[in-house]
Design a protein around this ligand. Sequence first.
Ligand code: F0G
Length: 358
Amino acid sequence: MNSRPQSPWPGVIHHYAEHLPVTCETPIVTLLEGNTPLIHVPNFVAAISGKFELHVKCEALNPTCSFKDRGMTLAVSKAKERGAEVIICASTGNTSASAAAYAARAKMKCVVLLPNGSIALGKLAQALMYGATTISIEGNFDEALRIVRELGETGKVEVVNSINPFRIEGQKTAAFEICDALGDAPDFHFLPVGNAGNITAYWKGYQEYHAAEKCDTLPKMYGWQAAGAAPIVDGHPVTDPQTVASAIRIGYPAGWPGATAAWQESKGHIGKVTDGEILAAYKLIARTDGIFAEPASCAPLAGLIKCVQNGTIPEGSLIVATLTGHGLKDPDCAIKTAGFVPIIVPPTKEAVMKVMGL
Ligand code: F0G
């Protein structure tokens, strides 16, 4: 490694180098991603009448506020190692934010293709601020990804979507961190599924840690899609995916085979939850435990509520759910969901006390 770590946490590549495809020649492009908190949320569990232990992996605490940074540090470092000058991705928002930030850090050009009109405002702001060339496609994520694949074949750009295997390699470090924090793998791992890179990455991470004897067990992988964008659950691509959880509005996931392997090999499950169920979980975890995650991140929490109702989780289970992105990424959805009604009063103590019922 050619840059000396200067922080107590050196980023995922330095920390897990022995498990990653890097050498001392790899120029490491890092924003000190990873080492995110795994927070025990007993209040949420009590509110849903669960009889298990739930910890949430708060990936919003990464540098661009989503899990994408774990894979992006490796994808961009390897692109730099190969001498690439331009990186490109299609995105529902978070990949573009992350790619743009790591490209800036690496002094590379970044081009992002976004489905026009369906990107959460915070994510668009990030791509613009980090200086990416931001192109809106008159189409959805799946169409944008098709174009990116075609551009990748020209050899002129480096694709940093999760079809790039280095993205998966970097993202698997979240499974390592969970095992390191808990002393073993959990019984169940719940997470949202969109393009299906992350479920593929987690399952790879758990399996590799198990093979390296760093954990004794493997979790059952429980992935959750939004009901209006649930190709894996429904068993066919969805041509016009729709959901309030814009991050996972994907009808033809590139990681479909990896997701299928993950849930089948782990004896897990792929399920779907409605927008109403997602938004209820989104509001609940914010109010029970002070954790504000974006709507897509809350699909697995909605899935967990469904499992409690169906009685499919054995009492006393140890469960981890990944909260993939920050709630502040999508302020419009938050304000709509919380129902903002301004209370405007004259500037007096009495007026405030009246509102407080005092
Ligand atoms: N949660 C969030 C917040 C995401 O941004 C994504 C994917 C997922 C979950 C699903 O992860 O695709 O690995 O199954 N976002 C991508 C993007 C598609 O472009 O930002 P996945």
